[in-house]
Design a binder for this molecule. Structure first.
Ligand code: ZN
Length: 195
């Protein structure tokens, strides 16, 4: 896995700004089928995975800045050590920046040294969609938001306990909600509860 990091870091050594127009990764060749989940059934943590309507998606995408759009919608990768949440340690919940679905609790975040926010455990495994990604000559497992399909990052099997997993996530794909604040309810589904 060090080779992967080296390659990724090497791709991004030019610093945080300005951001050149990097070519988007080609679409993954194989999509892992979701394990038989009915999107209408709430997830174990009580969230509705029904995708946004076309109108909602249009509005949510229009609200993204260029970098978020490039990562979330075009499977880009932000430069390491540049994201807003790399060193953040506040308690709270990290949600999908596009649709607001909670993806990680701050308590599962760890310092991986990679330059990207890293987590051991999803908020709810049903909230993550895994896709086999063979771009750049590597075989990786891409992770997307299970509700809006927004690209989040990749998951590797070299993480610390308790899962041994390392969810390597782009800051720009996330929205942080400090503990005690209501979760986002971007789709108007009454999800604005307080963790
Ligand atoms: Zn989402």
């Amino acid at each position: 896995m060090k080779i992967v990091w080296t390659l990724l870091v090497g791709l991004a050594l030019a610093g945080c700004t300005p951001r050149p127009a990097a070519p988007p990764a080609p679409p993954p060749a194989e999509v892992a089928a979701a394990p038989g989940r009915d999107a209408m059934t709430p997830t174990p943590s009580g969230f509705d995975l029904t995708p946004p309507t076309a109108e909602q998606r249009q509005a949510l995408e229009a609200a993204l800045d260029d970098e978020a759009r490039q990562v979330l919608l075009e499977h880009g990768t932000e430069r390491p050590f540049c994201g807003a949440f790399v060193a953040q340690k506040e308690p709270g919940v990290y949600c999908c920046r596009l649709c607001g679905l909670p993806l990680f609790r701050a308590g599962t975040k760890f310092d991986s040294g990679t330059g990207w926010p890293s987590f051991t455990t999803p908020f709810d495994p049903a909230h993550m969609k895994e896709v086999r990604d063979t771009s750049y000559g590597m075989v990786r497992t891409e992770v997307r938001c299970a509700r809006c399909d927004g690209h989040q990052g990749h998951v590797f099997d070299d993480g610390p306990p308790p899962t041994g997993l390392r969810y390597c996530i782009n800051s720009v794909s996330l929205e942080f909600v400090p503990v005690g604040r209501p979760l986002p309810d971007k789709l108007g589904r009454g999800e604005g509860k307080t963790e």
